[in-house]
Design a protein around this ligand. Structure first.
Ligand SMILES: Nc1nc2c(ncn2[C@@H]2O[C@H](COP(=O)(O)OP(=O)(O)OP(=O)(O)O)[C@@H](O)[C@H]2O)c(=O)[nH]1
Ligand SMILES: [Mg+2]
Length: 400
């Protein structure tokens, strides 16, 4: 067997080279992305390595035109080969003749087939890995898997976590007991969450907007945080509410404003905002409450965003309740992340025993958790998001 390695920019380029050098019976054994060149590991270029082979008793034909004895066709083929050998970033020239388009279509078809074969191969490898892992899964790992399914952690994350623990077991050539499995799971989850944790609500932000679905606890959370800042930190807090949508919504915030001795401004439209900010010019920190709406509708998301304008350093916090359904929370998070909202605050942790949604939302939408609220009592039932505390809640007890 004659085996040859090609390093090209794209697969069609290799296909043409293989056809002309090894002949039409050559087969592609492997393709993979590689990086070449560069300086001290930097500026490396992405290339594709293609391994092709032909049976040694089959002598490769001399490079032949793809069609015979037609100078016009020969010229067209020449043109295709030239085009294919250019860099992947080069702009493709328009086909010189209909035959060129035909050849290009053939190359595209071949590329499509090769892509399909590669996907299929990857799928088979994954399947065989999964089934051998499944067989190798210890009782402790099965318990962890079942626990995380109950916690509604997304399936791909569960698989990934189990794989890393199994790899570790194989590496150390031992079977972990339950405690070790739980400890490894905790450190992996912490490692994945760590980059998103810790920023809290920026201390630079003078204006903080709270947005989120109906009844998640935005107004209560504002009261809790304002109490913390006024009572504990002695900061001068001011409130703005744009929640004139629901009857008594203003009164709810006004009650907290009176208790905490915090001035409150009501805005009915974005045009009222400059006046409200002027009234609160003396305040160090302004919390803005917004009306809860059905934010699975993008229209409502864009509506509330029109109210979040300010020239001050500001931040927007998406408030989500743990009593919501994971899929609905994901839809809301996706809509708000389109508007650049990345900070999230979870409420009503006291009303659930299922915590997977927090991990899914942080990891899937790159959200940055700020606080966790776990009760109705103002100001006590709120705490900064602590990754260790959260992982403990998610994983539960190490003992069965
Ligand atoms: N159990 C529990 N209840 C909470 C928590 N936070 C808020 N609540 C309750 O949830 C209910 C709604 O709270 P609000 O603060 O009015 O919620 P909101 O998001 O401002 O509601 P809208 O303005 O109508 O969208 C109230 O009964 C709160 O006491 C929490 O962390 N745990
Ligand atoms: Mg409210």
């Amino acid at each position: 067997m004659r085996v040859k390695r090609y390093v090209v920019n794209a697969l069609p380029e290799a296909v043409s080279m293989i056809r002309s050098e090894l002949g039409k019976d050559a087969v592609i054994l492997n393709t993979k992305e590689i990086k070449v060149g560069g300086f001290m590991g930097m500026f490396r270029k992405k290339k594709m390595e293609v391994i092709a082979a032909i049976e040694s008793n089959q002598t490769p034909p001399p490079p032949q035109p793809l069609r015979k004895a037609d100078p016009q066709v020969d010229a067209a083929v020449e043109q295709i080969l030239l085009t294919a050998q250019r860099t992947a970033t080069a702009v493709m020239e328009p086909p010189a003749a209909p035959i060129v388009a035909e050849q290009n279509a053939r190359i595209e078809r071949e590329q499509f087939i090769m892509d399909e074969i590669r996907d299929l191969r990857e799928y088979i490898v994954k399947l065989s890995k999964q089934s051998s892992n499944q067989m190798a899964m210890s009782e402790q790992l099965i318990q962890l898997k079942e626990h995380l399914i109950e916690q509604e952690l997304d399936a791909p994350w569960i698989e990934r976590l189990l794989e890393t623990i199994m790899d570790k077991q194989n590496e150390e050539r031992i079977e972990f007991n339950r405690e070790q499995v739980w400890d490894h799971a905790a450190s992996r989850l912490e490692e994945w969450l760590r980059p998103y944790v810790g920023s809290g609500i920026s201390s630079q932000a003078r204006v903080v907007h709270f947005v989120g679905p109906t009844g998640v606890g935005k107004t209560t959370t504002i009261a809790k945080l304002a109490a913390e800042h006024t009572i504990k930190n002695g900061r001068k807090v001011g409130f703005i509410t744009s929640d004139t949508y629901r009857i008594a919504a203003v009164d709810q915030l006004r009650t907290y404003a009176n208790i905490l001795n915090v001035p409150l401004e009501v805005v009915f439209s974005p045009m009222d905002l400059p006046r409200a900010f002027m009234q609160l010019a003396e305040r160090d920190l302004i919390y803005m409450d917004t009306a809860g709406r059905n934010f699975r509708s993008e229209l409502h998301v864009s509506e509330v965003n029109s109210l979040l304008q300010t020239t001050e350093p500001s931040e927007t916090v998406l408030v989500l309740s743990m009593t919501g359904k994971t899929r609905d929370m994901a839809a809301v998070a996706e809509h708000f992340s389109k508007y650049g909202v990345r900070k999230v605050l979870f409420t009503k942790l006291d009303e659930t025993a299922v915590f997977g949604a927090i991990f899914n939302l942080i990891m899937n939408f790159e959200l940055l958790p700020t606080y966790m609220a776990s009760g109705q009592t103002v100001p006590d039932d709120i705490a900064k998001f602590q990754v260790e505390t959260y992982i403990q809640q998610l994983l539960g007890s190490k003992s069965p």
